[in-house]
Design a protein. Sequence first.
Length: 1106
Amino acid sequence: MEIVKASAGSGKTFTLARKYIALLFSKNDRYAYRHILAVTFTNKATDEMKTRIMKELFILATEPEKSGYIKYFIPDYDNKGRPVGIDEKDVIKELPGKPGQKITLESLADSAKDMLCNILHDYSAFGVSTIDRFFQQTLKSFSREIGQFASYRVELDKDSLVSESVDRVLDAITEKDSALLKWLTDSVMEQIEHAGKYSLESSLVPMARRLKSDEHRSLVEKSGIDEDQAYSKENLSRIRSSCLRTIRKFEDDVKDAAGRVLSLLDEAGVGPEKFYRGFMSVLSGYHVPAPGKPVEAPTESFMSRASDPEQWFPKAKAGAFLNLVCPLICRPLEEFCSLFGFRFREYRTAMVLRDQLYALGVASDLYREFNALMKEKNVLSIDDSNSILKDIIDGSDAPFVYEKTGVRYENFLLDEFQDTSRIQWDNFRPLIANSEAQGFGNLIVGDVKQSIYRWRGSDWNLLDSEVREGFIRTEEHTLDVNYRSFRNIVAFNNGFFPVAAAFLDRQYGEASDRSISAIYADVRQKMPPVPKGEGEVRITFCDARVEPDKVLDTVKMLRERGIDYGEMAVLVRNNDSGAVIAAYLIANNVPVITDDSLAVKSSVTIRRLCSLLSYADNPADTVNGYLASSFDIEMPSGSRSLVDLCESLLRELRDADRELFDREILYIQSFMDEVQDYVAAEGNSLHDFLVYWADAKPSVSSPDAGNSLRIMTIHKSKGLDFNYVIFPYVESVNLYKAGKHWCRPDLEGTSLDEASDGIYDVMLSSKSLQTFFEKDYRQELKMQYVDNINTVYVAFTRAVKGMYLIAECPSESFMRNMPDSVSNFSQLLYLFARNVSGAPETAAQYLEVPGFRDAEEDAMPPFPRFEESSEDDGTLVFSAGGITRDEACSRRKGTDSVMALESGYPSWPLNPRQSEDGTPVKARLVFSRDSSDFFAEDGSTGYGASDRLRGIVLHEILSRVERPSDLKTAVEASVLAGDMDDKESVSAFSMLEKRIASAFGRGWFPDGHSGALVRKEIDIIDDDGSIFRPDRVIEYPDGRVVIVDYKFGRRDAASDRRYLRQVEGYASVYRKMGYRDIQAAVWYVPDDEVLYSDAFGQSAWTGEIR
């Protein structure tokens, strides 16, 4: 078992692909890929892994000398690429079918071609998959054993099943169900008594969902409790009685103890107001408590003063009162204070348990209905399917599983292992153990520091230590070279995270089995032999209200350096923050694309349709009926299928507003897909569909904008990188957030002993320190510390060239006192920045953490020197490094070129430029869909046969031209594509060169130094879902936008009007994006005539753009 711990940017995908290819070549089997399984967690990651493997095989098959893996086959081959050093055991000694033969470039290419060809012909057996897909394929083989039809489907939306199960429990209640009816009635009455209001469904549904969570199932299995017994109404009734006794007894005792002290003071004639600042007056609130208000512990200052009689009275009165009062109340006051120790913990714990017992009492009824519902619908919840598969695999050996599935895997490659849940590992472990026992190699790759999905069940402890248990032969490696980021970014992270980890360990305070510093022990990374560049880090502290302004300022600064929007990304902690930033940037003319797709429900047509469907479901609904009458829509009569009803109403809506309907066709298609899927799975009930639709969130993905600024959450950015990362709202990464968790308290020896054998849903917060759930709270606190530093680590390691952090400036008292505890990462970042500004060594001295070096020892980059500056509005800026012009102008590798993957078959071009011996060959065959234009009446063919076909070819040439220097390459591409011959290309080039020179004067073909951004045939999407594609859009640094559409036909008045409306439509979309200075033009290229739009205050016939 090989375990690779790969920090961000250290070549994880390179290593995985290398291992997979090594396994292919190490087996003397042309179908070796059928016995290798590589799994990861998302479809996108799966596609990336497949693409990487196929690409590397293609390079080995065609140009092996250019492959980054060549040294693993020919160790002494020097291609000046990765890796630097090769472990002898990783070198492949011979190729399949060629034992004893030395590997050469030719033999390697031949073997790689065979591998590639075999996989392409048997692609369905190419074992790269998501972990869920693999488990579901395995479980399908056991459908009979689990009591399901083979046609069952996997339900991803478990919450809807749970909600329906609760509805069924409530709907099925009759007078015969006296126990359940009484239980729920008592629940309602008690909640009304305590809270004044109560909703039975809103109380049961959240608890039901929590009962079906992975967290609950895992703790039940670990504890070994009997749920039927623990959650039986009889047992919960006993626990409730214990809780009520504990609560009543404590409240009575507190009331009596406070009353005794006050009574004695009254007898002595000394009122509470005589004491120092009247501190004894608080006892009145305990003696006569407010109705329904729980008892709270006295403040620390009260407890401290109460235990020291010398502090009871002001010094001027101490002599007069102390000797009189002290003998009377010392003991009673001590008894009152003693109640707020063990007894108070019992009381608070009883309060926590009491409030959830009624909801827990329907667990057995819920489970019964949930299982019946899945059986009825022939579905399995994806979470439950993992548990079922675990039971099968636990009781079977690997050969039996393989026999059932029809596939036998010898090697396993597990990617992103830090995101693996415990139950997923339990399902994989027997298969990997079988592989190890047979002598096959396996690979696990992950990084604990990037574990940010614990809320989805992932358990970083598996990778951290537990995965090695049970395997005799394990090798662990750490990839410690950062190939992604520039030097200052790597150096900053090398410095910040050891300090942050040590700070969190110190703030946590308790010794634990695994400290955060130990988890981050491998965080410091080296630079490759040939570093990329210096890079820039900038930290801005400002008022939280102006953080969007600071984001915009950063974007403008980068644009002034000539950096495209497409190279920038804004990372946020949550979608709400992303929406704020997106709205602000759009309002300031910044093109933005977010990962939040366009909601189908945002369509006006769909909202109207749903209103009509609601009216059809309930004709008494006059509000929705108004829409039908206002559009003069005749509602369909008689029963009909849901699909037919929707189609009928959509036809009515189309006739009522055809223009809107046509613009929103994408939304309408997506909605009808949802309807079709619902009907196929759930049936034809209109009412049930409307209930489903109320919670559904379908979306239409927006087109890839190519050169727009990306805004996404940190969780979605994992695995990606961007040249320039802007991370605002750093303060939104809190150290701890209170939340509900399943806990099993140790209650033996308390008045709540009867509740010991149960698992309870508890809100863990600082108040939990006053209960018997303190241990659970401390554990959750530690886990959230790790979660949140990992979240920051993922955000800080996405940047390649520049990282720009924007955080709320701490309070004045915080900055003045520099405290030893923080509540969020903005404060921690401030402490770090303040202490490293000017002198890198001071941070290590401040937190007593080693790790800063002045020399590049072991290829570690030295910590950069940060300079501090301030702005007029109180903003503090700490900056290090910078971006050179060459670095700013260099684009991300791979964005400007496309690599063609050719077939393994021999192929011949239809229009070869030359024969094999170099003799020119005339065009033999051209395929074109424009056949009527291709053959002219005079016998001529191709480009010169018609004006229309000539216009299409010239239009295609211009679509490839960004700058004047691109024209030659664009014309050659049309010749190579068979669109024109050499003679025709000369005349085309001459004409277009003149027209582009003329347009250059108008600023339409700017050079690379102007700072203008050119978009060529890029989709733009209107707010109603309509998609447009202007030929050319030029965005200037001063905010101006020019839209140009090429035309090659003859001009006439009708064409002018039509084309002007077209470009005005484009301009309208840009206007909605927030752009203000917009100019649109129709360019008749052959005659170099320009028609300007006057839709936004521009003259239609001037020759100059204003």
